[in-house]
Write a protein that binds this ligand. Structure first.
Ligand code: TA6
Length: 282
């Protein structure tokens, strides 16, 4: 089967659909620079996208892989998660072959970003699929004359069959900031992370690959460049606070995010930083 890259529409908004020669599929939205859907070759959907997500070209889309930049969460004075998730990115490149397809989106500073954050930057987000693998790479270039600092995340919503049955391995022994418990710093001492309540943790300095087990399905999750991992589920209690999540949607999602959230990344003028998250269906 030849690879296909098409600019089409999804829920009334422009998207790029990728199909690699070996049958992996993805949908990427220029609005937000956001992966909305990914299925590995011969496999099922792996990302959660809320049925109640708003597709109006203005509101951040609930699900897939939102890009948080230049601020993760409320770690600063900018709107929550910064301004990249509701900006329109330009399609800069796309290519494919027998075993891959990729698209690169680009976002540069403009009047709106400058009013919020007076720095000159260029972001490139490359989404590559093929076989069992999804790679999402965020490159940040400082195109100005002064250094800047940022926090960031690839806020990945993994689709799960029932969140209470999910086991997340690989975080044992790591310190985390528990945002669901007054930002208390704790150490993870369990073999696995289990979700049976609201969970909002920023794990510090995670170098290991993680394994998400969901019944017979397993997903490897690995970050490079991003030092931290955020694990988030709003549970029943907080799910109600999100108008773009159905009341029981928390059961079908677990966010496992590649993040730079514990400390800021400092980027000198003319310098470039790169972070990546890789998901592999095992
Ligand atoms: O990554 C976790 C988090 O920062 C939570 O605190 C939670 O609010 C979530 O992201 C969703 O944020 P959003 O701005 O997309 O509603």
């Amino acid at each position: 089967m030849p690879f296909q890259i098409q600019q089409t529409e999804f829920r009334g908004q422009p998207v790029v659909t990728l199909l690699s020669g070996d049958g992996a599929r993805a949908v990427v939205s220029p609005f937000g620079g956001q992966v909305l859907s990914w299925a590995p070759a011969n496999g099922l959907e792996q990302l959660f996208l809320s049925d109640a997500a708003v597709f109006d070209g203005k509101t951040p889309i609930r699900g897939g892989i939102p890009v948080c930049f230049p601020q993760f969460s409320k770690l600063g004075k900018l709107p929550q998660h910064g301004f990249a998730q509701d900006a329109v990115w330009e399609v800069a490149d796309s290519r494919g072959g027998d075993d891959f397809a990729l698209v690169t989106l680009r976002l540069t500073d403009d009047e709106r970003s400058f009013a919020l954050w007076p720095s000159s930057f260029e972001l490139e987000l490359t989404v590559a699929i093929g076989g069992e693998r999804l790679d999402v790479e965020l490159e940040v270039a400082n195109t100005g004359h002064a250094p800047f600092a940022f926090t960031a995340a690839l806020h990945t919503y993994v689709l799960v069959s029932e969140v209470e049955n999910v086991r997340l391995e690989g975080l044992n022994g790591h310190d985390y900031r528990d945002a669901a418990d007054n930002d208390t710093i704790k150490r993870d001492t369990g073999d696995v992370v289990v979700v049976d309540d609201e969970l909002n943790r920023v794990y510090h300095d995670v170098e290991r690959a993680l394994l998400l087990r969901d019944g017979s399905r397993s997903l490897g999750i690995h970050g490079e460049g991003f030092p931290d991992v955020v694990v988030w589920n709003p549970w029943e209690t907080r799910c109600r606070d999100f108008p773009d999540l159905a009341p029981d949607a928390f059961r079908r999602m677990l966010c496992v995010e590649a993040a730079a959230a514990h400390g800021k990344i400092l980027l000198d003028a003319d310098d470039t930083w790169c972070g990546r998250q890789t998901l592999v269906k095992l």
